[in-house]
Design a protein around this ligand. Structure first.
Ligand SMILES: Cc1cc2nc3c(=O)[nH]c(=O)nc-3n(C[C@H](O)[C@H](O)[C@H](O)COP(=O)(O)OP(=O)(O)OC[C@H]3O[C@@H](n4cnc5c(N)ncnc54)[C@H](O)[C@@H]3O)c2cc1C
Length: 451
Protein backbone atom coordinates (compact mmCIF):
# COMPACT_ATOMS: atom_id res chain seq x y z
CA UNK A 1 0.00 0.00 0.00
CA UNK A 2 1.02 3.60 -0.47
CA UNK A 3 2.64 5.19 2.58
CA UNK A 4 0.98 8.14 4.34
CA UNK A 5 3.20 10.66 2.60
CA UNK A 6 2.34 9.36 -0.86
CA UNK A 7 -0.96 9.92 -2.61
CA UNK A 8 -3.13 6.89 -3.36
CA UNK A 9 -2.61 5.86 -6.99
CA UNK A 10 -5.71 4.82 -8.86
CA UNK A 11 -5.94 3.35 -12.35
CA UNK A 12 -9.06 4.01 -14.40
CA UNK A 13 -9.45 1.47 -17.19
CA UNK A 14 -11.56 2.91 -20.01
CA UNK A 15 -11.67 6.63 -20.84
CA UNK A 16 -15.37 6.84 -21.79
CA UNK A 17 -17.93 9.03 -20.05
CA UNK A 18 -18.04 6.70 -17.02
CA UNK A 19 -14.27 6.37 -16.59
CA UNK A 20 -13.59 10.09 -17.04
CA UNK A 21 -16.37 11.05 -14.58
CA UNK A 22 -14.74 8.66 -12.11
CA UNK A 23 -11.33 10.24 -12.80
CA UNK A 24 -12.66 13.71 -12.03
CA UNK A 25 -14.16 12.56 -8.75
CA UNK A 26 -10.99 10.70 -7.75
CA UNK A 27 -8.78 13.71 -8.55
CA UNK A 28 -11.03 15.85 -6.39
CA UNK A 29 -10.65 13.27 -3.63
CA UNK A 30 -6.86 13.76 -3.76
CA UNK A 31 -5.99 10.62 -5.76
CA UNK A 32 -3.23 10.37 -8.32
CA UNK A 33 -5.08 9.07 -11.36
CA UNK A 34 -3.88 7.23 -14.47
CA UNK A 35 -6.42 6.60 -17.26
CA UNK A 36 -5.77 3.65 -19.59
CA UNK A 37 -7.70 3.96 -22.85
CA UNK A 38 -7.50 1.52 -25.76
CA UNK A 39 -8.45 4.16 -28.37
CA UNK A 40 -6.33 7.17 -29.31
CA UNK A 41 -8.70 9.63 -27.62
CA UNK A 42 -11.19 9.91 -24.76
CA UNK A 43 -14.99 9.72 -24.90
CA UNK A 44 -15.63 6.06 -25.81
CA UNK A 45 -19.04 5.63 -27.43
CA UNK A 46 -19.67 9.35 -26.95
CA UNK A 47 -16.65 10.24 -29.12
CA UNK A 48 -17.57 11.82 -32.45
CA UNK A 49 -15.83 11.35 -35.74
CA UNK A 50 -14.54 14.58 -37.34
CA UNK A 51 -14.39 15.40 -41.07
CA UNK A 52 -12.85 18.77 -42.02
CA UNK A 53 -14.91 19.19 -45.21
CA UNK A 54 -18.15 19.72 -43.28
CA UNK A 55 -19.14 22.50 -40.89
CA UNK A 56 -19.64 21.73 -38.04
CA UNK A 57 -17.14 18.93 -38.63
CA UNK A 58 -18.60 16.35 -36.22
CA UNK A 59 -20.39 13.10 -36.87
CA UNK A 60 -21.89 10.70 -34.31
CA UNK A 61 -22.79 13.65 -32.17
CA UNK A 62 -24.62 12.60 -29.08
CA UNK A 63 -27.59 14.42 -27.66
CA UNK A 64 -27.58 16.12 -24.31
CA UNK A 65 -31.11 16.41 -22.95
CA UNK A 66 -32.06 19.25 -20.60
CA UNK A 67 -32.93 16.87 -17.75
CA UNK A 68 -29.37 15.45 -17.55
CA UNK A 69 -28.45 16.91 -14.14
CA UNK A 70 -24.76 16.02 -13.92
CA UNK A 71 -24.12 17.09 -17.48
CA UNK A 72 -25.97 20.38 -17.05
CA UNK A 73 -23.75 21.17 -14.09
CA UNK A 74 -20.57 20.28 -16.00
CA UNK A 75 -21.56 22.34 -19.05
CA UNK A 76 -21.98 25.35 -16.75
CA UNK A 77 -18.78 24.70 -14.82
CA UNK A 78 -16.71 24.32 -18.01
CA UNK A 79 -18.37 27.36 -19.64
CA UNK A 80 -19.65 25.34 -22.60
CA UNK A 81 -23.13 26.93 -22.84
CA UNK A 82 -22.21 28.70 -26.08
CA UNK A 83 -21.19 25.37 -27.62
CA UNK A 84 -24.73 23.97 -27.31
CA UNK A 85 -26.79 23.68 -30.48
CA UNK A 86 -30.48 23.10 -29.93
CA UNK A 87 -31.95 20.43 -32.16
CA UNK A 88 -35.62 19.99 -32.88
CA UNK A 89 -37.70 17.09 -31.60
CA UNK A 90 -39.16 16.84 -35.07
CA UNK A 91 -40.03 13.12 -34.92
CA UNK A 92 -41.72 11.23 -37.75
CA UNK A 93 -43.05 7.71 -37.27
CA UNK A 94 -43.13 5.54 -40.34
CA UNK A 95 -45.60 2.71 -40.98
CA UNK A 96 -43.99 0.78 -43.86
CA UNK A 97 -42.92 4.01 -45.55
CA UNK A 98 -45.91 6.17 -44.57
CA UNK A 99 -44.42 8.70 -42.15
CA UNK A 100 -46.41 11.12 -40.00
CA UNK A 101 -45.06 13.66 -37.46
CA UNK A 102 -45.20 13.04 -33.70
CA UNK A 103 -43.39 15.61 -31.58
CA UNK A 104 -42.63 14.59 -27.99
CA UNK A 105 -43.25 18.11 -26.72
CA UNK A 106 -46.42 18.95 -28.60
CA UNK A 107 -49.74 17.53 -27.31
CA UNK A 108 -51.21 19.00 -30.51
CA UNK A 109 -49.19 16.63 -32.66
CA UNK A 110 -50.64 13.74 -30.62
CA UNK A 111 -54.14 15.02 -31.46
CA UNK A 112 -53.42 14.86 -35.17
CA UNK A 113 -51.29 11.68 -35.13
CA UNK A 114 -52.99 9.41 -37.66
CA UNK A 115 -51.26 6.07 -37.11
CA UNK A 116 -53.41 5.12 -34.09
CA UNK A 117 -57.02 5.59 -32.99
CA UNK A 118 -58.05 8.52 -30.80
CA UNK A 119 -58.90 6.11 -27.95
CA UNK A 120 -55.23 5.00 -27.87
CA UNK A 121 -53.89 8.51 -28.08
CA UNK A 122 -55.98 9.48 -25.03
CA UNK A 123 -54.90 6.32 -23.15
CA UNK A 124 -51.27 7.08 -24.02
CA UNK A 125 -51.57 10.66 -22.78
CA UNK A 126 -53.12 9.51 -19.49
CA UNK A 127 -50.44 6.82 -19.05
CA UNK A 128 -47.75 9.43 -19.69
CA UNK A 129 -49.26 11.82 -17.14
CA UNK A 130 -49.36 9.00 -14.56
CA UNK A 131 -45.61 8.44 -15.05
CA UNK A 132 -44.88 12.18 -14.95
CA UNK A 133 -46.59 12.25 -11.52
CA UNK A 134 -43.95 9.73 -10.31
CA UNK A 135 -41.10 11.61 -11.90
CA UNK A 136 -38.94 11.91 -8.77
CA UNK A 137 -38.86 8.15 -8.25
CA UNK A 138 -38.90 6.93 -11.84
CA UNK A 139 -35.33 7.81 -12.64
CA UNK A 140 -33.85 7.01 -16.04
CA UNK A 141 -30.29 7.15 -14.70
CA UNK A 142 -30.28 5.94 -11.10
CA UNK A 143 -31.07 2.26 -10.51
CA UNK A 144 -31.23 2.85 -6.75
CA UNK A 145 -34.35 4.95 -7.32
CA UNK A 146 -35.95 2.95 -10.11
CA UNK A 147 -35.25 -0.62 -8.86
CA UNK A 148 -38.44 -0.79 -6.73
CA UNK A 149 -40.44 -0.43 -9.99
CA UNK A 150 -38.48 -3.21 -11.72
CA UNK A 151 -41.05 -5.95 -11.14
CA UNK A 152 -39.93 -8.34 -13.89
CA UNK A 153 -42.34 -7.00 -16.53
CA UNK A 154 -41.03 -6.09 -19.94
CA UNK A 155 -41.78 -2.72 -21.52
CA UNK A 156 -43.94 -4.50 -24.12
CA UNK A 157 -46.00 -6.42 -21.49
CA UNK A 158 -46.49 -3.23 -19.53
CA UNK A 159 -47.38 -1.11 -22.57
CA UNK A 160 -49.80 -3.59 -24.14
CA UNK A 161 -51.85 -3.46 -20.91
CA UNK A 162 -52.21 0.31 -21.18
CA UNK A 163 -52.92 0.88 -24.87
CA UNK A 164 -53.90 -1.45 -27.70
CA UNK A 165 -51.21 -3.44 -29.47
CA UNK A 166 -51.15 -0.99 -32.35
CA UNK A 167 -51.24 1.92 -29.92
CA UNK A 168 -48.08 0.66 -28.19
CA UNK A 169 -46.33 -0.32 -31.43
CA UNK A 170 -46.83 3.09 -33.01
CA UNK A 171 -46.67 5.40 -29.99
CA UNK A 172 -44.20 4.17 -27.39
CA UNK A 173 -42.20 1.40 -29.09
CA UNK A 174 -40.70 3.67 -31.80
CA UNK A 175 -39.68 6.25 -29.21
CA UNK A 176 -37.71 3.62 -27.27
CA UNK A 177 -36.38 1.55 -30.16
CA UNK A 178 -35.65 4.69 -32.21
CA UNK A 179 -33.16 5.78 -29.55
CA UNK A 180 -31.71 2.43 -28.51
CA UNK A 181 -32.65 -0.22 -31.10
CA UNK A 182 -33.22 -2.94 -28.47
CA UNK A 183 -36.57 -4.79 -28.52
CA UNK A 184 -39.22 -3.63 -26.05
CA UNK A 185 -39.87 -7.33 -25.28
CA UNK A 186 -36.33 -7.60 -23.88
CA UNK A 187 -36.19 -4.55 -21.61
CA UNK A 188 -37.61 -3.67 -18.23
CA UNK A 189 -40.87 -1.72 -18.06
CA UNK A 190 -39.00 0.77 -15.85
CA UNK A 191 -37.05 1.98 -18.85
CA UNK A 192 -40.24 2.84 -20.76
CA UNK A 193 -41.91 4.40 -17.73
CA UNK A 194 -38.92 6.59 -16.88
CA UNK A 195 -38.66 7.72 -20.48
CA UNK A 196 -42.32 8.77 -20.49
CA UNK A 197 -41.91 10.53 -17.16
CA UNK A 198 -39.00 12.66 -18.37
CA UNK A 199 -39.16 13.18 -22.13
CA UNK A 200 -42.08 15.59 -22.58
CA UNK A 201 -41.09 19.23 -22.84
CA UNK A 202 -37.35 18.49 -22.70
CA UNK A 203 -34.77 20.39 -24.76
CA UNK A 204 -32.41 18.36 -27.00
CA UNK A 205 -28.92 19.69 -27.75
CA UNK A 206 -25.61 18.62 -29.24
CA UNK A 207 -22.22 20.10 -28.33
CA UNK A 208 -20.78 21.90 -31.36
CA UNK A 209 -17.49 19.95 -31.41
CA UNK A 210 -18.75 16.70 -29.96
CA UNK A 211 -19.49 15.41 -26.50
CA UNK A 212 -15.97 14.09 -25.94
CA UNK A 213 -15.03 17.56 -24.69
CA UNK A 214 -16.73 16.65 -21.40
CA UNK A 215 -14.70 13.46 -21.04
CA UNK A 216 -11.52 15.40 -21.83
CA UNK A 217 -12.26 18.14 -19.31
CA UNK A 218 -13.24 15.61 -16.65
CA UNK A 219 -9.92 13.82 -17.08
CA UNK A 220 -7.79 16.99 -16.85
CA UNK A 221 -5.17 16.43 -14.14
CA UNK A 222 -5.02 12.67 -14.73
CA UNK A 223 -2.15 11.00 -16.50
CA UNK A 224 -3.39 9.61 -19.81
CA UNK A 225 -2.22 6.34 -21.32
CA UNK A 226 -3.97 6.54 -24.70
CA UNK A 227 -3.73 3.63 -27.19
CA UNK A 228 -3.12 1.33 -24.20
CA UNK A 229 -5.33 -1.74 -24.25
CA UNK A 230 -5.49 -3.33 -20.84
CA UNK A 231 -5.19 -7.12 -21.05
CA UNK A 232 -5.66 -8.18 -17.43
CA UNK A 233 -5.63 -7.22 -13.76
CA UNK A 234 -3.88 -9.22 -11.04
CA UNK A 235 -3.41 -8.72 -7.34
CA UNK A 236 -0.22 -9.24 -5.39
CA UNK A 237 1.13 -8.30 -1.99
CA UNK A 238 1.91 -4.74 -3.06
CA UNK A 239 -1.28 -3.79 -4.89
CA UNK A 240 -3.26 -4.26 -8.07
CA UNK A 241 -1.18 -4.91 -11.18
CA UNK A 242 -2.57 -3.61 -14.47
CA UNK A 243 -1.19 -5.29 -17.59
CA UNK A 244 -1.59 -3.51 -20.92
CA UNK A 245 -0.30 -3.41 -24.48
CA UNK A 246 1.11 -0.01 -25.47
CA UNK A 247 0.79 1.77 -28.85
CA UNK A 248 3.80 -0.01 -30.33
CA UNK A 249 2.63 -3.43 -29.14
CA UNK A 250 4.94 -3.44 -26.10
CA UNK A 251 3.52 -5.06 -22.95
CA UNK A 252 3.43 -2.72 -19.95
CA UNK A 253 2.67 -3.47 -16.30
CA UNK A 254 2.05 -0.96 -13.54
CA UNK A 255 1.04 -1.39 -9.92
CA UNK A 256 -1.71 0.69 -8.30
CA UNK A 257 -3.44 0.91 -4.95
CA UNK A 258 -6.88 0.62 -6.55
CA UNK A 259 -8.64 0.36 -9.90
CA UNK A 260 -11.87 1.54 -11.52
CA UNK A 261 -12.83 -0.77 -14.40
CA UNK A 262 -14.91 1.36 -16.77
CA UNK A 263 -15.08 -0.74 -19.94
CA UNK A 264 -18.21 -2.44 -21.35
CA UNK A 265 -19.29 -5.26 -18.99
CA UNK A 266 -18.11 -8.34 -20.97
CA UNK A 267 -14.63 -6.79 -21.33
CA UNK A 268 -14.60 -5.95 -17.61
CA UNK A 269 -15.49 -9.59 -16.81
CA UNK A 270 -12.49 -10.83 -18.79
CA UNK A 271 -10.09 -8.27 -17.32
CA UNK A 272 -10.90 -9.32 -13.74
CA UNK A 273 -11.11 -13.07 -14.41
CA UNK A 274 -7.91 -13.76 -12.40
CA UNK A 275 -9.00 -11.80 -9.31
CA UNK A 276 -10.17 -13.70 -6.21
CA UNK A 277 -13.79 -13.76 -4.99
CA UNK A 278 -12.88 -11.52 -2.02
CA UNK A 279 -11.99 -8.78 -4.53
CA UNK A 280 -14.75 -9.33 -7.12
CA UNK A 281 -17.82 -10.91 -5.54
CA UNK A 282 -19.85 -13.67 -7.21
CA UNK A 283 -22.86 -11.44 -7.86
CA UNK A 284 -20.70 -8.79 -9.55
CA UNK A 285 -18.91 -11.34 -11.69
CA UNK A 286 -22.19 -12.91 -12.87
CA UNK A 287 -23.67 -9.47 -13.53
CA UNK A 288 -20.73 -8.52 -15.74
CA UNK A 289 -20.67 -11.82 -17.60
CA UNK A 290 -24.39 -11.89 -18.37
CA UNK A 291 -24.93 -8.30 -19.51
CA UNK A 292 -26.08 -8.37 -23.16
CA UNK A 293 -25.57 -5.57 -25.69
CA UNK A 294 -27.34 -4.43 -28.84
CA UNK A 295 -24.69 -3.36 -31.37
CA UNK A 296 -25.04 -0.12 -33.35
CA UNK A 297 -24.05 0.75 -36.90
CA UNK A 298 -24.28 4.35 -38.07
CA UNK A 299 -24.09 4.85 -41.84
CA UNK A 300 -24.27 8.44 -43.05
CA UNK A 301 -24.95 10.01 -46.44
CA UNK A 302 -24.94 13.55 -47.81
CA UNK A 303 -28.05 14.57 -49.74
CA UNK A 304 -29.31 17.82 -51.28
CA UNK A 305 -31.32 20.14 -49.06
CA UNK A 306 -35.07 19.96 -49.60
CA UNK A 307 -35.07 16.27 -50.51
CA UNK A 308 -35.84 15.25 -46.89
CA UNK A 309 -37.18 17.17 -43.87
CA UNK A 310 -34.29 18.90 -42.07
CA UNK A 311 -33.52 18.22 -38.40
CA UNK A 312 -35.88 15.29 -38.49
CA UNK A 313 -35.75 12.01 -36.62
CA UNK A 314 -37.59 9.48 -38.79
CA UNK A 315 -38.27 6.18 -37.01
CA UNK A 316 -39.87 2.90 -38.08
CA UNK A 317 -42.99 2.03 -36.08
CA UNK A 318 -44.51 -1.44 -35.71
CA UNK A 319 -43.65 -4.61 -33.78
CA UNK A 320 -41.24 -6.16 -36.28
CA UNK A 321 -37.51 -5.57 -36.50
CA UNK A 322 -37.44 -3.22 -39.54
CA UNK A 323 -34.82 -3.27 -42.34
CA UNK A 324 -33.85 0.30 -41.41
CA UNK A 325 -34.60 1.55 -37.88
CA UNK A 326 -34.18 5.29 -38.22
CA UNK A 327 -32.73 8.33 -39.97
CA UNK A 328 -31.61 11.59 -38.42
CA UNK A 329 -31.04 14.58 -40.70
CA UNK A 330 -28.75 17.51 -39.85
CA UNK A 331 -28.05 20.57 -42.04
CA UNK A 332 -24.32 20.92 -42.85
CA UNK A 333 -22.25 23.26 -44.99
CA UNK A 334 -19.96 21.18 -47.19
CA UNK A 335 -16.89 22.43 -49.08
CA UNK A 336 -16.88 21.19 -52.67
CA UNK A 337 -13.63 20.31 -54.52
CA UNK A 338 -13.01 24.03 -55.23
CA UNK A 339 -13.59 24.94 -51.60
CA UNK A 340 -16.98 26.59 -52.22
CA UNK A 341 -19.66 26.14 -49.55
CA UNK A 342 -22.68 24.00 -50.52
CA UNK A 343 -25.69 23.54 -48.24
CA UNK A 344 -26.43 19.83 -47.71
CA UNK A 345 -28.15 17.47 -45.31
CA UNK A 346 -26.06 14.93 -43.44
CA UNK A 347 -28.31 11.89 -42.95
CA UNK A 348 -27.41 9.33 -40.29
CA UNK A 349 -29.10 5.99 -40.86
CA UNK A 350 -29.25 3.03 -38.48
CA UNK A 351 -30.28 -0.44 -39.74
CA UNK A 352 -32.61 -2.64 -37.67
CA UNK A 353 -31.28 -5.30 -35.31
CA UNK A 354 -30.82 -8.18 -37.77
CA UNK A 355 -29.27 -5.99 -40.45
CA UNK A 356 -26.94 -4.32 -37.93
CA UNK A 357 -25.64 -7.73 -36.82
CA UNK A 358 -25.33 -8.89 -40.44
CA UNK A 359 -23.38 -5.82 -41.56
CA UNK A 360 -21.16 -5.13 -38.57
CA UNK A 361 -17.47 -5.56 -39.38
CA UNK A 362 -18.10 -5.87 -43.14
CA UNK A 363 -16.05 -3.69 -45.57
CA UNK A 364 -17.34 -0.11 -45.75
CA UNK A 365 -18.30 -0.33 -49.47
CA UNK A 366 -20.49 -3.32 -48.71
CA UNK A 367 -22.08 -1.57 -45.72
CA UNK A 368 -22.88 1.51 -47.84
CA UNK A 369 -24.22 -0.61 -50.72
CA UNK A 370 -26.42 -2.74 -48.44
CA UNK A 371 -27.80 0.20 -46.48
CA UNK A 372 -28.48 2.14 -49.70
CA UNK A 373 -30.90 -0.65 -50.65
CA UNK A 374 -32.80 -0.11 -47.39
CA UNK A 375 -33.25 3.68 -47.50
CA UNK A 376 -36.62 3.78 -49.27
CA UNK A 377 -38.14 1.28 -46.83
CA UNK A 378 -38.29 4.12 -44.31
CA UNK A 379 -38.68 7.13 -46.62
CA UNK A 380 -39.87 6.08 -50.10
CA UNK A 381 -38.83 9.42 -51.66
CA UNK A 382 -35.24 9.15 -50.38
CA UNK A 383 -32.97 10.58 -53.13
CA UNK A 384 -31.04 7.32 -53.52
CA UNK A 385 -29.47 8.21 -56.86
CA UNK A 386 -27.84 11.44 -55.65
CA UNK A 387 -27.01 10.34 -52.07
CA UNK A 388 -23.25 10.39 -51.40
CA UNK A 389 -21.92 7.75 -48.97
CA UNK A 390 -20.07 9.73 -46.29
CA UNK A 391 -19.00 8.03 -43.06
CA UNK A 392 -19.52 4.86 -41.04
CA UNK A 393 -19.22 4.36 -37.30
CA UNK A 394 -19.51 0.99 -35.59
CA UNK A 395 -20.23 0.34 -31.95
CA UNK A 396 -20.12 -3.42 -31.24
CA UNK A 397 -21.03 -2.67 -27.60
CA UNK A 398 -23.72 -0.16 -28.60
CA UNK A 399 -26.46 -0.37 -26.01
CA UNK A 400 -26.44 -2.52 -22.85
CA UNK A 401 -29.90 -4.10 -22.66
CA UNK A 402 -31.72 -3.24 -19.40
CA UNK A 403 -33.47 -6.63 -19.16
CA UNK A 404 -36.39 -7.00 -16.72
CA UNK A 405 -34.89 -7.27 -13.22
CA UNK A 406 -31.57 -5.74 -14.30
CA UNK A 407 -32.10 -2.53 -12.28
CA UNK A 408 -32.58 -4.64 -9.14
CA UNK A 409 -29.43 -6.62 -9.86
CA UNK A 410 -27.55 -3.35 -10.42
CA UNK A 411 -28.41 -2.25 -6.90
CA UNK A 412 -27.12 -5.52 -5.40
CA UNK A 413 -23.88 -5.12 -7.32
CA UNK A 414 -23.54 -1.46 -6.35
CA UNK A 415 -23.72 -2.56 -2.71
CA UNK A 416 -20.93 -5.08 -3.38
CA UNK A 417 -18.57 -2.40 -4.77
CA UNK A 418 -15.53 -2.08 -2.54
CA UNK A 419 -11.81 -1.30 -2.83
CA UNK A 420 -9.47 -2.09 -4.36
CA UNK A 421 -11.47 -2.88 -7.56
CA UNK A 422 -14.76 -1.18 -8.50
CA UNK A 423 -16.78 -0.96 -11.71
CA UNK A 424 -18.45 1.79 -13.73
CA UNK A 425 -20.40 1.91 -16.98
CA UNK A 426 -23.80 2.63 -18.44
CA UNK A 427 -24.74 -1.05 -18.00
CA UNK A 428 -25.63 -0.27 -14.36
CA UNK A 429 -28.42 2.06 -15.44
CA UNK A 430 -29.57 3.11 -18.91
CA UNK A 431 -27.52 3.51 -22.08
CA UNK A 432 -27.10 7.28 -21.75
CA UNK A 433 -24.06 9.42 -21.13
CA UNK A 434 -25.66 10.82 -17.99
CA UNK A 435 -26.14 7.33 -16.51
CA UNK A 436 -22.56 6.43 -17.46
CA UNK A 437 -21.25 9.50 -15.62
CA UNK A 438 -23.38 8.78 -12.55
CA UNK A 439 -21.93 5.26 -12.41
CA UNK A 440 -18.42 6.74 -12.58
CA UNK A 441 -19.13 9.16 -9.75
CA UNK A 442 -20.53 6.27 -7.66
CA UNK A 443 -17.54 4.00 -8.35
CA UNK A 444 -15.13 6.76 -7.30
CA UNK A 445 -17.16 7.38 -4.15
CA UNK A 446 -16.94 3.68 -3.27
CA UNK A 447 -13.14 4.12 -3.24
CA UNK A 448 -12.77 7.54 -1.65
CA UNK A 449 -15.30 6.88 1.13
CA UNK A 450 -13.43 3.73 2.04
CA UNK A 451 -10.13 5.52 2.57
C1 LIG B 1 -25.12 5.03 -31.74
C2 LIG B 1 -25.25 5.53 -30.34
C3 LIG B 1 -25.91 6.73 -30.10
C4 LIG B 1 -26.04 7.19 -28.79
N1 LIG B 1 -26.69 8.40 -28.58
C5 LIG B 1 -26.75 8.89 -27.33
C6 LIG B 1 -27.27 10.20 -27.11
O1 LIG B 1 -27.70 10.88 -28.05
N2 LIG B 1 -27.28 10.69 -25.84
C7 LIG B 1 -26.79 9.96 -24.78
O2 LIG B 1 -26.81 10.46 -23.64
N3 LIG B 1 -26.28 8.72 -24.95
C8 LIG B 1 -26.25 8.17 -26.20
N4 LIG B 1 -25.69 6.94 -26.40
C9 LIG B 1 -25.23 6.17 -25.22
C10 LIG B 1 -23.85 6.62 -24.74
O3 LIG B 1 -22.96 6.68 -25.83
C11 LIG B 1 -23.32 5.61 -23.73
O4 LIG B 1 -24.29 5.31 -22.76
C12 LIG B 1 -22.07 6.13 -23.00
O5 LIG B 1 -21.21 6.82 -23.87
C13 LIG B 1 -21.37 4.94 -22.34
O6 LIG B 1 -20.21 5.38 -21.65
P1 LIG B 1 -19.30 4.36 -20.86
O7 LIG B 1 -18.16 5.13 -20.33
O8 LIG B 1 -20.13 3.58 -19.91
O9 LIG B 1 -18.79 3.29 -21.93
P2 LIG B 1 -17.85 3.49 -23.22
O10 LIG B 1 -18.17 4.77 -23.88
O11 LIG B 1 -17.98 2.23 -24.00
O12 LIG B 1 -16.39 3.62 -22.61
C14 LIG B 1 -15.58 2.51 -22.36
C15 LIG B 1 -14.18 2.85 -22.78
O13 LIG B 1 -13.33 1.76 -22.46
C16 LIG B 1 -12.39 1.60 -23.51
N5 LIG B 1 -11.88 0.24 -23.43
C17 LIG B 1 -12.55 -0.92 -23.73
N6 LIG B 1 -11.74 -1.97 -23.52
C18 LIG B 1 -10.57 -1.48 -23.06
C19 LIG B 1 -9.35 -2.09 -22.64
N7 LIG B 1 -9.18 -3.41 -22.64
N8 LIG B 1 -8.35 -1.28 -22.19
C20 LIG B 1 -8.49 0.09 -22.16
N9 LIG B 1 -9.62 0.70 -22.57
C21 LIG B 1 -10.65 -0.07 -22.98
C22 LIG B 1 -13.18 1.91 -24.76
O14 LIG B 1 -12.33 2.25 -25.84
C23 LIG B 1 -14.03 3.08 -24.29
O15 LIG B 1 -13.40 4.32 -24.52
C24 LIG B 1 -25.54 6.44 -27.70
C25 LIG B 1 -24.88 5.24 -27.94
C26 LIG B 1 -24.73 4.78 -29.26
C27 LIG B 1 -24.02 3.49 -29.48
Amino acid sequence: MTSRTQRTRTAVIGGGMAGCAAARQLLRGGREVVVFEAADGLGGRARSWHRPEIEPDVGINLMYVSFYKLMTQLIKEYGLEDELIRISSNVWISDHGKAVPLSSDSPLSLLTYRHVKLRDRVAFLLTTLAQVARKKKLDLFDPVKSAPFDDGQSAADWGYKRVSKRGFDFLLRPQIEGFWNFACEEISAVHARALLAWMGGSGFYVLRNGMEILAEKNAEGAELRLSHEVTGIQQNGTGVVVGAVGPDGTPVTETFDEVVVATPAPIAAKLVAALPAQTVGQETRRFLETQKYEPALSVSFLVDRGTLPAEAHIVAGGPEDPPLRNMITYPRTVRDERGRPVEKLLVFTYPGRANTRRLLGRPAEEQFAEVTKLLTSLWPQFPVESAEPFQIAERPYGFPIPAPGRYRRSVTVLKEQRPPVVFAGDYFNSPTTEAAMLSGVRAAAALTKAG
